[in-house]
Design a protein around this ligand. Structure first.
Ligand SMILES: [Zn+2]
Length: 87
């Protein structure tokens, strides 16, 4: 899982910096992104909701420190999500 997450993190940052959207479809990215869909787990719901909000915010955000902060927040939410699901 750690290896998958590290790969997905790198791809996520590359995609968001390039086009404000995480679009990579490789196996690692697909696996991490699919965690958002596990909303039958109660603990996942608030995380998934915030992830979607950040995705919306990122769309219209110019490059800069604010975008970097938001992206870091996005990465951290996926860390939490992975931790919750791995429990
Ligand atoms: Zn990828």
């Amino acid at each position: 899982m750690r290896q998958i997450k590290a790969t997905a993190d790198a791809h996520m940052q590359r995609d968001i910096e390039a086009g404000r959207k995480w679009t990579c479809e490789c196996e690692s990215c697909h696996e991490i992104r699919s965690l958002v869909g596990m909303e039958k787990m109660l603990e996942v719901r608030p995380l998934a909701r915030e992830i979607r909000q950040i995705e919306d915010q990122l769309q219209s955000m110019p490059n800069g420190p604010e975008m970097q902060d938001l992206m870091q927040r996005y990465l951290a939410l996926y860390d939490k999500l992975a931790a919750v699901v791995a429990k």
